[in-house]
Design a protein around this ligand. Structure first.
Ligand code: SF4
Length: 87
């Protein structure tokens, strides 16, 4: 394989790797509305201590929720009516 083709493949791989990061940042507005999601906790109840929460990179990053398909902007300090204590 010549050098330019190798570089092109490398660049292609890097570009592909970057797409999902941009493309998956999204909110599932329909589920948020039906579950009355809010970005603030309800007393001691918050997404970070909910069994459905899928944490982001760090404890304070936005994450996901198993019952909000495609939503990547769930706050660890958020809350919704489907909250269930993490075991
Ligand atoms: S179910 Fe509700 S409270 Fe639990 S992580 Fe998902 S959005 Fe947060």
């Amino acid at each position: 394989m010549d050098q330019s083709r190798r570089n092109m493949l490398k660049l292609g791989g890097a570009a592909l790797a970057m797409i999902p990061v941009v493309a998956i940042a999204a909110k599932n507005d329909a589920m948020r509305a039906s579950m009355k999601y809010k970005d603030t906790p309800e007393g001691d109840k918050n997404c970070a201590n909910c069994v459905q929460f899928v944490p982001g990179k760090t404890a304070t990053d936005l994450g996901g929720c198993k019952i909000f398909p495609g939503d990547t902007e769930v706050s660890p300090k958020g809350y919704c009516v489907a909250w269930a204590k993490k075991g």
